[in-house]
Every structure is written in structure tokens, then in C-alpha cells.
Design a protein. Structure first.
Length: 357
């Protein structure tokens, strides 16, 4: 009597075929001995986890100008003789006249965004102060954007400085002398790019959504298409934003990055809460929730600065041509505006770049 052949070899053969297809796509089939879920897979690399305190960096030192405005600049750009044609600056919250977001005894904030809590006159005065610090002339035309976390790129001329409603985009490029192009931030990453040969500039607003949509990479591509820029002639500066020490995100953000970048895992770290009260009195924070469902424990933190540096490299820029100001907007609330740290009640900073007129 013939025994039926066991289906096990057939099943294993099919699974091997499925695994081969998954590997080609850069995926892994979930098995019982493999932790399920994006975060669980990352926890296998727990030795790379850090505390928030370990990731915090010192605040950068801004330059104070005669009108009281304090802003950040790239020393190599500011001091190099061959770049004297280039205007640039990353604002801080210091040196303005706004009273909406500061303490009563403060001298005032440099809010550069038309927010509901601040007066339009104060913002206009702040913009003049900021332009004066960057260019020496308070009346230098400024071309901002209406930002909405997209990857749209606008080309700016002096007509854009006269628009009642700015263009709707999250990146702007220009070769027009005498014009400052600008983007606003309050945690997202500002990126400035300049062509040393063609004298063309660009400014890009890179939150996590814009970064996933490759706004910086696309922006460099538009500079090449519209103005004939070459990557080897470009320099870039990444300004202050919510750094990895404070930028906790959900699994859905990691999934978005994994769908776009082969190096996505390198941009995320597990960060443990380093609250001194929890460290000293851990029993106070015990819960009856099932393991894995308590809010206590490591969280995913995204390095948006590194994400945008990698995009600049992928766009063809040399590593030595990329500068980073440093400074976490959430950590250093005395220096920067932060949407997260203030739970939405905050002003806006501005990053500008332009060709001297």
C-alpha cells in the first residue's frame, strides 16, 4: 500500500521561492521566530539605542548685528572672498519687536511669520530688521512662500516680492540679483543651496513629509534644469531644526521612509526617556497594561538633518561642500521657535539666501 507523500517538502520549496522574491524586493517574510512590527525589528539592535541626553548637542552661537538681530551664518560663506556676492542667514528668535511669544520682561522676539497671535505691523518691522542684518539694507526685497509640506519648487523674481499672496510651494530657486528668497520654519529643517559659478540660489523647507518626497533632491534637479547648474559647483547649508534628540515619530513615519530610501533604517534610533524623576522613582510609572502597550520605553527618533544631508549627496554635492549649523529648536527654546516644544503657540524663523544686487 502506497503512503501519501508528505506535503512538507513542497511547502518548504514554495516558501524558499517566496523568500527569494522577497529578498529581490528588499523585504523579509515574517516568521514566528522573527519579531513582528517595525519597531520590534529595530529593537534587535538595542545596543545602538541612546538616551535623549546623549544626543543633545550644544546650541550654536549666533552673530549679533548693530540693529540687535541675532542670526546664524556659515563662516566659510560669510568670510570667503569668492563668495562676497552671496547673502544668507538663518534667523533666531532674538532681536525683534514681537511681544506675542515672549515673557513680559523680555526685549522682544524676531517672529518673521504672519501668525494669528502676532500683529502684522510687528512682523513687517521684524522682516525689515532681519533683511538689514543680512544685506545691510532694510528694504531688500524678500520673496517668501506659502508652505504646505509639499515638494513643489517655485522660481522667484523681484515680482514675487510684490505679491500680496506668496506662491504656494516649499522650495524656491532664483538667479535674480538683489532678491532674498526665503522659507519659514519652527522645527522643520531649512536647507540653503548656492551655485558658485552660475550665481543661482535655492531655499528648501524640509519637514519629514517634504524629506520623504525628496524636496532637496528635486530642488537641486530644478536648479540644474532651469539654470544649468552642475552639482560640483554647488554648496549647501543645513540650518537648525528639531534634532534627533527630540524628534520622536511613529512607526508610520519609518514605514514611509523605508518605502523611499534604502538607507532608511540608518536615519532612526531608539531613544529612551531620560526623565530624572522616572529614573529615580521607576515604581511610580508602572502600569497594568500588557507588555509592549505601555507608553514607557524607547521611542523611534528621526535624524532629519542627516536625511537631508544624504539627499544632497545623492544629488551630487561633495560632502565637503555641505555645512551644518547645528542647534535643536526644541532643546534651545531661548534661541529658537519650536512648534513641538510650545505645542503650537509659537512664532516662525526664516532662512534666506540671495545674490547680492
Amino acid at each position: 500500500m502506497n503512503r501519501r507523500s508528505s506535503p512538507k517538502p513542497q511547502i518548504e520549496s514554495r516558501l524558499e521561492s517566496i523568500d527569494r522574491d522577497f529578498r529581490k524586493a528588499g523585504l523579509v517574510r515574517n516568521r514566528r521566530d522573527t519579531p513582528a512590527g517595525v519597531t520590534s525589528r529595530l529593537r534587535r539592535a538595542r545596543k545602538d539605542a541612546a538616551t535623549r541626553q546623549e544626543l543633545i548637542t550644544a546650541a550654536p552661537t549666533p552673530t549679533r548685528f548693530a540693529n540687535g538681530v541675532e542670526l546664524l551664518q556659515i563662516p566659510a560663506w560669510r568670510d570667503k572672498r569668492s563668495l562676497q556676492w552671496l547673502w544668507h542667514g538663518f534667523s533666531t528668535r532674538l532681536g525683534g519687536v514681537s511681544r506675542a511669544y515672549c515673557a513680559e520682561d523680555s526685549r522682544g522676539d524676531l517672529n518673521l511669520g504672519f501668525t494669528t497671535a502676532d500683529s502684522r505691523d510687528a512682523v513687517l518691522q521684524n522682516r525689515c530688521l532681519f533683511a538689514e542684518a543680512v544685506t545691510g539694507d532694510a528694504l531688500t526685497p524678500l520673496a517668501p512662500l506659502r508652505q504646505f509640506h509639499s515638494n513643489l519648487i517655485a522660481i522667484a523674481t523681484k515680482e514675487d516680492a510684490e505679491r500680496e499672496k506668496p506662491r504656494k510651494a516649499d522650495g524656491v530657486i532664483s538667479g535674480t540679483p538683489g532678491l532674498l528668497v526665503a522659507i519659514q520654519t519652527a522645527d522643520c529643517i531649512p536647507v540653503l543651496v548656492a551655485d558658485c559659478k552660475q550665481r543661482v540660489v535655492g531655499a528648501f523647507h524640509a519637514g519629514w513629509r517634504g524629506t520623504v518626497k525628496r524636496i532637496v533632491e528635486l530642488g537641486v534637479g530644478r536648479m540644474r534644469l532651469e539654470f544649468g547648474c552642475r552639482p560640483q559647483d554647488l554648496i549647501a547649508a543645513i540650518g537648525p531644526g528639531n534634532s534627533q534628540c527630540c524628534y520622536s515619530v511613529g512607526e508610520e513615519v519609518l514605514a514611509e521612509f523605508e518605502s523611499q530610501f534604502a538607507y532608511a533604517r540608518e536615519l532612526f534610533r531608539e531613544v529612551f526617556d531620560s526623565d530624572p524623576v522616572r529614573t529615580k522613582y521607576p515604581m511610580l510609572f508602572l502600569t497594568q497594561r500588557a507588555p509592549g502597550h505601555s507608553p514607557i520605553g524607547p521611542a523611534l527618533h528621526l535624524d532629519l538633518i542627516e536625511a537631508n544631508r544624504r539627499q544632497l549627496l545623492d544629488a551630487g554635492l561633495k560632502s565637503s561642500a555641505i555645512s551644518i549649523t547645528g542647534g535643536c529648536t526644541s532643546c534651545h527654546g531661548d534661541l529658537f521657535f519650536s512648534h513641538r516644544a510650545s505645542r503650537g503657540h509659537t512664532g516662525r524663523m526664516m532662512s534666506v539666501i540671495g545674490v547680492r544686487g
